[in-house]
Structures are given as structure tokens and as C-alpha cells.
Design a binder for this molecule. Sequence first.
Ligand SMILES: NC(=O)c1ccc[n+]([C@@H]2O[C@H](COP(=O)([O-])OP(=O)(O)OC[C@H]3O[C@@H](n4cnc5c(N)ncnc54)[C@H](OP(=O)(O)O)[C@@H]3O)[C@@H](O)[C@H]2O)c1
Length: 395
Amino acid sequence: MRQAMSVSSQAQTIPRTMAAMQLTGHGGVDKLVYREDVATPRPGPGEVLVRVTATAKNNTDRKAREGLYPTKEKGDVTSFQIGGAPTLTFPRIQGADVAGRVVAVGEGVDANRIGERGLLDFNLYPDERRDLNLAPDYYGHGADGGFAEYVAVPSAQFHCVDNPALADAQLASMGMCSYQTALHMLTSAKVKAGEHILVSGASGGVGSALIQLCRILGAIPYALSQPDKAQALRELGAAAVLDRSDMAGFTDRVRELTGGKPIDAVMDLLGGEMTDHFIDSMIFDMPQRSSYPRLSIAGASSGNESEIMWTRIYLYQVQIFGVSHGTREEAEQLIEWIRDGQLKPVLHAAFKLSELHQAEDYFVNRSSNFLGKIVIVPDAQWSEHGAPFALPVSA
Ligand SMILES: NC(=O)c1ccc[n+]([C@@H]2O[C@H](COP(=O)([O-])OP(=O)(O)OC[C@H]3O[C@@H](n4cnc5c(N)ncnc54)[C@H](OP(=O)(O)O)[C@@H]3O)[C@@H](O)[C@H]2O)c1
């Protein structure tokens, strides 16, 4: 039986301990340990305590767990340390994109927030800047996140989203790790209405966000994906879908689809050997262009190294933008678009928190029709927030 605690200035009684999935070190899924006796966090000054109803999974959970963020020596097992020192310490509760309800507030936060349903802006911002984020880090990495029953986060970053039509699991699936990254990729490349944009990794969390955001900005997204997913991607907003398993005639297919115009900007989530093909799609007919070719890079699902001739970059004046997360302004803009229904959830399935290991396996060995996000729901919240989105029993 769990003990209860009373937190000052709160209307509700919060249990002293909670269920959580703790990451105990770099390595395989065996490093994830489910416990029911983890101390429930208390909200500090300026924070709210959120009872988690759903937290989306991101690729970064796996990459951080496996230590796949080397920036100096190839093969280093390491994670984000952009601010100078590693911030991932163990045990750590992962899970960046949290939806839930405010159940308590810390000093300086209006108690009227208690009861609000909201979505977390997952960033651990390095400073108060609204238009710049120079040292990206996040809840679930540098501080505990949402693979738990409760999480304490800054009140200013837990944004109320009370649309009744949007279930909590769907709200979590629209979390900032994917959507803010996608928006920052587009804003970095100064994507404009009417431009032809190539979206790689199109069926994933960031890719499906990119397709929708292109449409909001008035740009025309071309999805690079797999044939099984083509119809769903067109329904999401893709003008056409190119098969990533057949890159031999890639530029010719782009030419056919665009009526001979080069792609204006590429959103590269793949890297590896794919990036050179992406450059081809932008430079095959330079006189037809009205702006520089632009390449936004935010992921490396196909490979962390690409061999590209420097002459291709500078002679064709390809502008390259490295993107990690985004800014407070972008997060707030996205929340507005979620509130007014301009963005749609792309939710593949929900799993119980105690079954995160199975969810990780499912995510890595995904079927060819997998689209969008997986969310993790605390076991105690399962019947209300998870069960409606569970996989069919035969899956
Ligand atoms: N920089 C940042 O701030 C940031 C933030 C979030 C994510 N990321 C990174 O961005 C990438 C995508 O993240 P995500 O969350 O969208 O991941 P995701 O949901 O796992 O989607 C990745 C998609 O990439 C495609 N893909 C996977 N493996 C591939 C391969 N070997 N070759 C070619 N395509 C492959 C698949 O789409 P199709 O089947 O449709 O081709 C897959 O659905 C990851 O590398 C992630 O670490 C970076």
C-alpha cells in the first residue's frame, strides 16, 4: 500500500511513491527497470506537478539509452552534452512528450491551474531567450520525464490544451520533440508558401509533423517513404510519395512529379548515403531555381556519416542547417495550432508503462505500415487513456 503525502499549497493528496520506468545505464532494454516505489517528485518554485496520462515515445529515447550521440570520437557511447558536461545521469526517467493533468503547484504558481489538462514543452532551455536555443536538452534526458505516474515541470512550459475532441494519448502524440524539431527545420530553411519540399522519414514522428506543417505554411511536401504507407501519407497532406527503397531513378521521379522543377528545400532525417541523392534533387537544373538549395538536417536514421564532395556544396551554394529542437516561440506557435485543430494526431498505438520493453521492441522492429507515434500510458490510467488506442490483439 502506498503512503500519501500532502504537498504545501495543494488541494489534492499525492502518493509519496509512484510507478516509473527507470533507465539505469547505457545499453539494451534490460537497462529499463520498472519500479513502483520511486519517490513522487514535488513541484519546486514555478513548477507544476503533473499526473501523467500519456507520454509519447521518441527515437531519442532509444538513442540516448544506447549512447548513440557521439560528437567527437566515432563510436563513443555518449549522449547530449552540448552545454559542456553530460547531463544524462542514472537512474533517469525518460519520456519527453508528456500529456496529463496538473495536480499540484509549487510556490508562485496560481493554484487555479490544478485540474488543467496540458502538454509539456519538453525543453530544458539554457536561458530565457524566446527566439534561440543554443544548448538543447530535455525532460527525459537532463531531468526526469514522463515514463512515470507524475512529473514536475515548469508551469510556463506546461501548456493548457483542453480541446475535448483530442484524447490525452492523441495530445501526447503531438509532442514537441517531433513537432518543434519539424517546425525548426522548416523555419531554419526559410521555407515559403508554394515551395516544393522533400520530407524524408516521412511516416515517422518528425516526418509526419513536417508534412502537416508544410501544408500550414502553404508549401508542397513530397514524402520519401515506403509504398505501404503512401495512401496514409497522401491523406496527411503529401502531394506525392517516393519509394525510398529505389533511389536509382530518384531525381528523374522528382522531375516527373514537380513538372521538371528542382526541390526547393530538403528536410533530411536520414543522412548516410541518402543525403547525396537529396542534394541531386535540388541542383539538377539550377537556372530553374529562384533561391539557394537548402538542406535542413535533424536526424540520421540511415547513417551518421555521409560522403559528399565539397565542390557540390559550394559550387551549387547548398545551404545546410543543423537542427536540434527549437525555440520557446516555436513551441508556443505549435500549441496554438494544436488548440485550433490545424494539426492532427498521428497515433499508431498505446502501450502500458510496465510494458515499455515490448513497446521499444515493437518500435525498433516496426511493421511496414507503421505510421506516426507510440504513446506510453501509466498502468493505473490504462483503461481510460490507453485501452482505446491499444494494438489489436493479433498485432
Ligand atoms: N534533432 C532533433 O532535435 C531531433 C528531434 C527528434 C528526432 N530526431 C531524429 O530524427 C530522426 C527521425 O526521428 P523520428 O522521431 O521521426 O523517428 P521515427 O518516428 O522512428 O521515424 C523514422 C522514420 O525514418 C524512416 N527510416 C527508419 N529507418 C530508416 C533507414 N534505415 N533508412 C531510411 N529511412 C529510415 C522510416 O520512415 P519511412 O518508412 O516513412 O521512410 C521511419 O518511420 C531520428 O534520427 C531521430 O533521432 C532529431
